[in-house]
Design a binder for this molecule. Sequence first.
Ligand SMILES: C[S@@+](CC[C@H](N)C(=O)[O-])C[C@H]1O[C@@H](n2cnc3c(N)ncnc32)[C@H](O)[C@@H]1O
Length: 277
Amino acid sequence: MAKPFLKWAGGKRQLSDALSHFKPPSFCNYFEPFLGGGAFFFQLLPKSASLSDINKDLITTYKVVKNNVSELIQLLSSFSYSEETYYQIRNQDRLTSYSKFTDIQKAARFIYLNRTCYNGLYRVNADNQFNTPFGHYKKPLICDEKNLIAVSKKLHHIQLDHHPFESTIDRIQKNDFIYLDPPYDPVSKTANFTSYATHKFGRDEQVSLKKYCDSLTQKHAFFMVSNSSTDFIKDLYKDYTIHTIKAKRSINSNAKKRGPVDEVLITNYPTPPYTPK
Ligand SMILES: C[S@@+](CC[C@H](N)C(=O)[O-])C[C@H]1O[C@@H](n2cnc3c(N)ncnc32)[C@H](O)[C@@H]1O
């Protein structure tokens, strides 16, 4: 069984039960425009899907897993594990030679850093240089060969694109299902869930996303959005069905705030009542 091959901030593994419950009973094509680690895609495993994200290195990595998995595995399994190797690999994007890296080299580096950095956190500085510190894991599984091969097979008929969420709109048709998991609206001024990429996702972007959802409704497509349960989000989507669920956030700058918090799932179609397991 193929499962997510990356750790990703805001990953939806722990909400899997609620997400399956609230998905539409049937749909045509599946779209996931905020892909990240793709936890819900790997749960659904639809035969055809369009997956995208604004993070170019992330999409390059998915494409390499899809198209060049053997070469990727060969290179990734040749990397040793130590703090010194970590920083050597991390610092490659500061060298001029990095522009000559092939996509396979970039993808192997991306997976290595993801599996060995602190909390799997993807963080870059203003020059788009990866700057998450070493994770100090005892024995991280860097190259999960079996899973990478299984994922590669599953991605065979899947469309992968590097673009902002709005770019999907023209391809969406009646009865398609779009799952939207944007960077969260911060629950407090110190919560920094929005720093996945150099692209900011603030309140203006949340409003644009809501307008995009309105266009999906006009097209008679089904959407489901996840977000934090802030007054701003609840007001923004007040014309839709809002379900509140508890989730444990795995990445928060403040360790004390890692307990269960309310999240919302918003849909533009009716759903049966939900009792958490
Ligand atoms: C909460 S994460 C998605 C997590 C994912 N559902 C998972 O299970 O791992 C949000 C993702 O949105 C992407 N993103 C941020 N701004 C975006 C935009 N304007 N358009 C498309 N993707 C964007 C980020 O790169 C990040 O991967």
